[in-house]
Write a protein that binds this ligand. Structure first.
Ligand code: NAD
Length: 275
């Protein structure tokens, strides 16, 4: 029997096999979870996004796959309604969604457009509140449900290149705490994982990714980068009964990078650091 045998939930934010949401899904599936999924709606006639996600989730027995744009309240409500129709109540929600218009993301933050800021905040931070709100209104969450979102250290400290998304992540992390406080009396937990860099579609839009990986490898106490599966394992644990006393937390899965106030001495001996 797996940790998730008999447990049901929603995973929002798989784009392809590199997505962090997919790494979490693989761990949930291994433990016996039943899941419904969403994909970004396709423009035009070709179901490109749908096909990419279906190729991954069909073989693991997906209970449903629906289009959902988090900027559209009707989409969100339809997904929650489908989850209730399929599962009754759900035990977990994975929210693994972020976006900022590239022109606004490249910075500096003071050059962000008003509309770019609104879009980035709406998709990357407000969407967690919207999904939680829709689930609450439909009484979709079981008495020990767990909600998980994904964030990054650039929401706590300045990471050059992360720019506008850092501001969104600060709002997202604060939303985790408010939601945890508001949903806690129902038994519902809300947490975030602050992940180190993982090579995904979204990550490639933020600065020079290979430099970032080198930096993390050189500075992290563990002197390496994380794997998507390490985020997947911790995500699974935060959604499971293993973490039944944890809520409102942002757990860093970053090989310790975020605890360092300055690079270690050996960082300056690395050829890439000297270059
Ligand atoms: N990859 C990293 O290095 C890293 C590190 C820390 C945190 N994160 C966070 O992890 C989460 C997942 O990102 P990822 O790296 O797996 O990349 P990804 O591109 O695989 O996932 C991002 C998802 O957001 C979805 N999305 C974007 N706009 C949407 C909208 N309007 N409606 C619905 N869905 C929408 C995309 O379809 C995609 O599935 C994001 O919140 C990201 O900021 C990523």
């Amino acid at each position: 029997m797996g940790l998730f045998t008999g447990r049901k939930g929603l995973v929002l934010g798989i784009a392809n096999e590199r997505s962090i949401a997919w790494a979490i899904t693989e761990n949930l599936h291994r433990e016996g979870a039943e899941m419904g999924f969403t994909h970004l709606p396709d423009a035009g006639d070709r179901p490109k996004n749908q096909n990419k996600v279906a190729k991954l989730v069909d073989p693991i027995g997906s209970k449903f796959l629906m289009p959902m744009d988090v900027c559209n309240d009707e989409h969100i409500d339809a997904v929650i309604a489908k989850a209730v129709e399929t599962f009754g109540q759900i035990d977990f929600i994975v929210h693994s969604i972020a976006f900022a218009p590239p022109a606004d993301l490249t910075g500096p933050t003071y050059a962000s457009s008003r509309n770019g800021f609104k879009t980035a905040m709406e998709i990357s931070a407000y969407s967690l509140l919207a999904v939680a709100g829709a689930a609450k209104r439909r009484n979709a969450l079981s008495k020990d449900a767990s909600i998980l979102t994904l964030t990054y250290f650039g929401g706590e400290e300045v990471i050059p290149g992360y720019n506008l998304m850092g501001i969104c992540k600060a709002a997202l992390e604060c939303s985790v705490r408010y939601l945890a406080s508001e949903l806690g009396p129902d038994g519902v937990r809300v947490n975030g994982i602050s992940a180190g860099p993982v090579k995904t579609v979204s990550a490639m839009g933020v600065g020079d990714f290979d430099d970032m990986l080198n930096l993390y490898r050189g500075i992290s106490p563990m002197r390496r980068n994380i794997s998507a599966d390490e985020v997947g394992k911790t995500g699974m644990a935060l959604l499971s009964d293993l973490s039944s006393g944890i809520t409102g937390e942002i757990v860093h899965v970053d090989c310790g990078f975020s605890i360092m106030g300055a690079p270690p001495a050996d960082f300056f001996q690395q050829p890439e650091a000297k270059a």
